[in-house]
Structures are given as structure tokens and as C-alpha cells.
Design a protein around this ligand. Structure first.
Ligand SMILES: Cc1cc2nc3c(=O)[nH]c(=O)nc-3n(C[C@H](O)[C@H](O)[C@H](O)COP(=O)(O)OP(=O)(O)OC[C@H]3O[C@@H](n4cnc5c(N)ncnc54)[C@H](O)[C@@H]3O)c2cc1C
Length: 488
């Protein structure tokens, strides 16, 4: 009989913000001998999709004062910024004042998270170790005895607990049959594929599908590489993200003991807050932000049909007011619109047809019954938002989870079906005590589980919960040839 391993083994798959910050918290909270395995497919730790952009004009869409990795140390990021260089060297983003009211570059934030991880390793007690593997997790199996992971480099790993922190997925193609276009180099399937964006000819007309935050990033990327052709951004309603302005603390009408039960009640409460805010000299943003501590509670009180109603009718308006852009970014977008280089259109894409000099797009305009317009463009960028419907995600790890019945998409297709602790719910409805999912993929029970202020609290709570779990009786892995490296 094989001996039980002496240490608790926890695998964290994905080392973007969520995986890295979870690892940092687990190093603080693990009170029994623990070996943490951080598995990341890219060479960089801490950055993930959001913070690996090479463009310094891609700014955080949350002010620096609210971007600490630690909920119990809100000024941690600010201290890090000031320790670097007085907070002044930020690719043009300017100085970070004592208030922290500034939007610094996302790339810089990625460097911060890497330091968070590095500091956590340095401060870890001797009974906790962290091993980093640069590899892609491609398969997972789990039963009463434990969990096995297979990595793309052919190695495998047996652990007691596995936590999926695999982040955001690129959008699926639009619901318009155009296989020839999607297979061509004129179609950029992922708006975060910087090399593909850089191949777009600088004078060609571009159609961006989507008018949200990712469209804004795409326009800035095209601009900064010298693009001079016209850009059209299209979405059903043509709504642009609102601009940040300084907010002041404001007390919401909402009371934890009297939660609204319908979307209509939420909207009535929010509108009343906005009206009251205006009457007392506050901006609508203060009222909107005052609701933030209650988002999860409000969502948990809405029945499935009400949640569906919210997604169908309110979501687009909610997104543009909730996730706002930095004033300096908004100013660039406004200037491009004013000089006619960027046009925002509301409508529904009807067809995409390959033509000799590009792709002809046909769009039915919103509101104007029957009005259809056509443009020939040299490139199409899909910036319609991250794919959250896990039944449509083709990644092998996701497929393995679903086909083995270890996970299931939630009914509203917002992510994976998980408990409030992030425990995966299997196809049969069983809650796992060894498989967890955190970050945006765990959105279903919360709705807002996208930005750092929510994610950092989730990581802190999950670390405490996971640290308390008992070890499984899984036999130790045969000596694994895992290509691992210690933290730099
Ligand atoms: C473009 C963009 C900009 C954003 N800007 C902000 C912002 O300014 N402020 C804010 O608060 N929030 C922002 N967000 C929200 C964002 O969701 C979170 O801030 C955060 O980055 C999510 O972290 P994550 O670790 O869950 O995902 P990610 O950061 O995407 O990390 C997931 C990691 O998992 C790895 N991975 C995936 N699958 C595997 C696998 N099978 N094997 C091994 N590794 C794997 C990936 O390589 C990646 O490094 C932004 C999101 C995006 C997409």
C-alpha cells in the first residue's frame, strides 16, 4: 500500500490575477504542510489576459486607490506604485496623487501582481511551498480518492484540491453564417490577439463588432500603430461605456434587510438613489457606486426568472454605467468620433460576404424599420465580449470537465455552475469538495465577479475555505516528471 503524501497538494490552474492572488492568500492561510502548484500556460505570471497588454495607453478602468490585491490592506497598490518611482512614470498616465484618484496602465498592474506573488513566496512559512509550471492543463479527472491533472507537455499531477482560475475566453463568432470570412485573415477572432491586430493595413476600413470596453482597447491599439482608415463600431444599441468622474461617498437607499425581489424594484431603488444624489449635489456615479457592496446580495435575492429579465433588458445599460473608462481614454475616443475617424452605429449584423477587396457587411439599423446599410471593410474585429457559455468553449480542459460530468454550465450561461464558495457543481448536481472555480468563470451566483474589487475578496475568502478542507486519501503520484521551476 502506498503511503499518504505528507503534504496537502493544491493545484491552481491559471496564474492571472485570480490564480496569483489566491496563491498569495493560501501561502498566508495554510496552517498544515502544503505544496501549491501554480500552472500557467504563458511565460508570465500575474498578468493574465487583462494585464498583459503591451499598449501603455490601455489603462485600468478602476482608480488606483481601489486596485489593491488585498481587501484588508486597501492602500497596498498605492504604496507599491509610490515605491516604484513616486508613481510618476506611467507611460503618460501621469502622477498618482495621495488620494489615488488616477488610472495607471494595465501592464503596470500586471507587474504589481507579479510582485504580490513574489512577496508572498518570500514571506511564506516553511511548511508551505510553491512550484510554478509553465504548461497548459488539458485534462482533469476526479473521484473520491483525489484529482489528477494532465498537462500539455505530457506530464501529470495528482492533487487533493484543484482550483480553476482560467479567466476570460475570447468571443464566439457572431451568429451570421460566414465560414469563409471567419477562416480568413480578414477576421480577427480575438480582440486580445495583438499580433493579429498589428497586421491590419493602416489605411483599410475596419468594422469592430461591439461598442464596449474591448472596442475602446481595439481602437486605441489601431490608432497607436498608426491606423488612419475609418473605423465603424457596431452593437445592437450602440452604447458606449460611460466616463469616470470623481465620486463621493453616498449612502444607498438599499438596506440589507429589505432587499428588492424584482428587477423593477432594483431599478426603482437605483433611480431614487440617483435622484436623491442629484438633489444633494452628487453625481449619478456616486449613487451607482453606493450600490456596489450590495450587488451580490441583490443578485442572490432575485429568482431565476428575474435574473433572466435583468440580462435581457437591463444588462447592456448596466454594463456601460458600471464599468466605466478613464477620462483620458474617453477624451481620445471623443476626438476620434469628432473628426469622423470612428463611427458608432446601432444595428444588427445581417451578412458578411467575401468580396475581392475585403468583406461586405450588411447591417439592419436599429430603430429604423427596414433600413439596411452595407460597407466593404478590410478587416473585422470581434470585440463582442467574453464568451461565458461554457457549452460553446472548445478548450480541452473545459471539454474534459463537462464530458466527465465534473462541471456544468449554469442555466443562464454566465459561467460554470458553482456555489458561493466556488465549489464546482457536477452534472448530477453534486457539490465537489475538491474542485473549485474562481474569477469571472464563477460569475453565476454573484453576477458581478469581473473586476479586482470583487475578485480580491473572493480570493481571500476562498483561500480561508480551501485551507480548512481536509486532505483526500489519494495515493501519492508516481514521481512526476513535471517540468517545474521555483518562483523567480
Ligand atoms: C481586457 C480586459 C481588461 C480588464 N481591465 C480591468 C481593469 O482595468 N480593472 C479591473 O478591475 N478588472 C479588469 N478586467 C477584469 C478582469 O476579469 C479581472 O481584473 C482579472 O484580470 C481576471 O483575472 P483571472 O485571473 O480570473 O483571469 P486572467 O487574468 O485572464 O487569467 C487567467 C490565466 O489562466 C491561464 N490559463 C487559462 N487556461 C489555462 C490552462 N488550461 N492551463 C494553464 N493556464 C491557463 C491564462 O493563460 C491566464 O494567464 C479586465 C478584463 C479584460 C478581459
Amino acid at each position: 500500500m502506498s503511503a499518504r503524501p505528507s503534504k496537502r497538494r493544491i493545484a491552481i490552474i491559471g496564474a492571472g490575477f485570480t490564480g496569483s492572488v489566491l496563491a498569495a492568500h493560501l501561502m498566508r492561510h495554510a496552517d498544515e504542510p502544503t505544496s501549491l502548484h501554480l500552472i500557467e500556460r504563458t511565460p508570465s505570471l500575474g498578468a493574465g489576459l487583462a494585464y498583459s497588454t503591451p499598449n501603455a495607453a490601455h489603462l485600468l478602468n478602476v482608480r488606483a486607490y481601489n486596485m489593491s490585491a488585498y481587501p484588508d490592506d486597501p492602500r497596498h497598490f498605492l504604496r507599491w506604485l509610490w515605491a516604484q518611482d513616486g508613481g510618476t512614470q506611467d507611460g503618460g498616465a501621469g502622477a498618482v496623487p495621495p488620494s489615488g484618484h488616477a488610472f495607471v496602465s494595465r501592464a503596470r498592474y500586471g507587474a504589481y501582481i507579479q510582485d504580490v506573488l513574489r512577496e508572498a513566496v518570500a514571506a511564506a512559512p516553511p511548511h508551505v511551498s510553491l512550484t510554478v509550471s509553465q504548461a497548459e492543463a488539458v485534462d482533469i479527472a476526479s473521484d473520491a480518492r483525489g484529482t489528477r491533472l494532465r498537462l500539455g507537455n505530457g506530464t501529470s499531477l495528482s492533487v487533493d484540491t484543484a482550483v480553476l482560475c482560467i479567466g476570460n475566453f475570447a468571443p464566439s463568432p457572431p451568429p451570421v453564417p460566414a465560414p469563409e470570412v471567419y477562416a480568413s485573415s480578414r477576421y480577427v477572432a480575438s480582440p486580445w490577439d495583438w499580433p493579429a491586430l498589428s497586421t491590419i493595413a493602416s489605411d483599410t476600413p475596419v468594422l469592430i463588432l461591439g461598442t464596449g470596453l474591448t472596442m475602446v482597447d481595439t481602437v486605441l491599439s489601431l490608432e497607436d500603430k498608426g491606423h488612419r482608415g475609418p473605423i465603424i463600431a457596431l452593437s445592437r444599441r450602440g452604447l458606449l461605456p460611460q466616463t469616470h468622474e470623481e465620486t463621493r461617498p453616498f449612502k444607498s437607499f438599499i438596506h440589507p434587510q429589505v432587499m428588492p425581489r424584482t428587477v423593477l424594484d432594483v431599478m426603482i431603488a437605483l433611480k431614487a438613489d440617483v435622484r436623491r444624489a442629484r438633489e444633494t449635489g452628487f453625481d449619478w456615479r456616486s449613487a451607482f457606486d453606493a450600490l456596489r457592496p450590495y450587488h451580490h446580495l441583490i443578485w442572490s435575492h432575485l429568482a431565476p426568472e428575474e435574473r433572466r429579465r435583468f440580462l435581457r433588458h437591463v444588462r447592456p445599460y448596466w454594463e456601460v454605467h458600471r464599468h466605466r473608462i478613464a477620462p483620458e481614454v474617453a477624451a481620445r475616443i471623443a476626438a476620434l468620433r469628432a473628426n469622423g475617424r470612428l463611427t458608432i452605429r446601432a444595428g444588427r449584423l445581417q451578412t458578411l460576404t467575401p468580396v475581392p477587396n475585403g468583406v461586405e457587411a450588411t447591417v439592419r439599423a436599429r430603430g429604423a424599420e427596414g433600413t439596411v446599410w452595407t460597407r466593404t471593410v478590410g478587416a473585422i474585429v470581434n470585440a463582442t465580449g467574453t464568451e461565458c457559455d461554457f457549452s460553446r468553449i472548445a478548450h480541452p480542459l473545459v471539454k474534459a470537465l463537462l464530458t466527465r460530468g465534473l462541471a456544468r454550465p449554469d442555466p443562464l450561461r454566465l459561467g460554470l455552475d458553482v456555489t458561493m464558495d466556488g465549489a464546482l457543481i457536477g452534472e448530477d448536481g453534486q457539490v465537489s469538495d475538491r474542485l473549485f472555480a474562481l474569477g469571472p468563470i464563477s460569475r453565476p451566483p454573484f453576477w458581478e465577479m469581473t473586476a479586482v474589487p470583487e475578485l480580491r475578496s473572493q480570493c481571500a475568502q476562498a483561500a480561508r475555505h480551501i485551507a480548512r478542507l481536509r486532505r483526500s486519501a489519494y495515493p501519492p503520484a508516481e514521481p512526476s516528471p513535471l517540468h517545474a521551476r521555483a518562483m523567480p
